[in-house]
Every structure is written in structure tokens, then in C-alpha cells.
Design a protein around this ligand. Structure first.
Ligand code: FE2
Length: 145
């Protein structure tokens, strides 16, 4: 549900196998604000939280994320949690620009970075909880692969 705003992104961008132009990247980033709008008009506390997550799931602890370059605890806690889950899933999955990585390589990238992902992107407290429960991430990923 965090990526529901992608229904508003044209297929030629969403499905593009090569890297984005600057303009395409700007459009791609709007999946956060569109997702927040789609979920934001409900009275349901779950959908309100979903809207907050959709808006903030690409913000990064060090302020280098989007769409609002929020930093640290200015990023809602639920979005900080979904962020590390989303990165784990993306690293474990095959993408047009990368192969699927195994659990160990994924852990290493989240902990130490790889040029694209950096350890500074994650709330250190959330990262510690992730590390203590990393076997559950692997179990869940493999159960639903
Ligand atoms: Fe996203």
C-alpha cells in the first residue's frame, strides 16, 4: 500500500528498463504525494497512517530522501519502519538495474552501504531492531517469494 501512488505514474516511466531522465525521476517521486492523497481522505486511522507512510517512505534519516527532505524524527516512525522493510525487499528482489541479492548480501548493504543505499539512510534505533530480527525478514521474504 505504501506504493499505491504508482498507479498514477505512466507505464513508460514505471516499466522503463534503463535509468530515468531528470524529468522522469521527478515524476517517479510523485508516487509518494499521490499515494498520500489517495489514502488521505479517509476517517480510518489505518488509512491515515497509510497516507503518512505513502508520503514519507522514501525520506531518509540523514535528510537525503524525498519528497520533502525530512530528517531524523521529523520522519514519522511508521514510515521509518516501512523504509527499512522496503529497502530489504528491493535488495532481495530482481530489478531491471540489479540482480536479486541473498539475505547475507542484503544485510551487508543495509549495514555498510553500496553506493546507492547507505547506512545513514536508516534510523539507528530501527536498524538495531532490524538486526535483532533479521532472520524473520529472511523467513517472511522466502515464505512469500
Ligand atoms: Fe516507493
Amino acid at each position: 500500500m505504501h506504493d499505491i501512488g504508482k498507479i498514477g505514474i505512466p507505464d513508460h516511466i514505471l516499466l522503463k528498463p534503463s535509468s530515468f531522465t531528470n524529468n522522469e525521476w521527478q515524476i517517479m517521486q510523485t508516487h509518494t504525494t499521490m499515494g498520500a492523497e489517495i489514502l488521505g481522505n479517509s476517517q480510518s486511522p489505518y488509512l491515515k497512517m497509510g497516507s503518512e507512510i505513502a508520503l514519507n517512505h522514501h525520506e531518509r534519516w540523514n535528510g537525503s530522501g524525498y519528497p520533502n527532505n525530512k530528517r531524523g524524527e521529523a520522519i514519522p516512525l511508521a514510515a521509518r519502519i516501512v523504509n527499512i522493510c522496503d529497502v530489504y525487499d528491493a535488495l532481495r528482489s530482481k530489478r531491471s538495474y540489479k540482480p536479486a541479492f541473498n539475505h547475507e548480501k542484503t544485510l551487508s548493504i543495509i549495514a555498510h552501504g553500496d553506493g546507492r543505499t547507505q547506512a545513514e539512510h536508516f534510523d539507528p534505533a530501527i536498524f538495531e531492531i532490524f538486526k535483532h530480527n533479521q532472520h524473520l525478514f529472511s523467513d517472511i521474504f522466502e515464505a512469500y517469494a
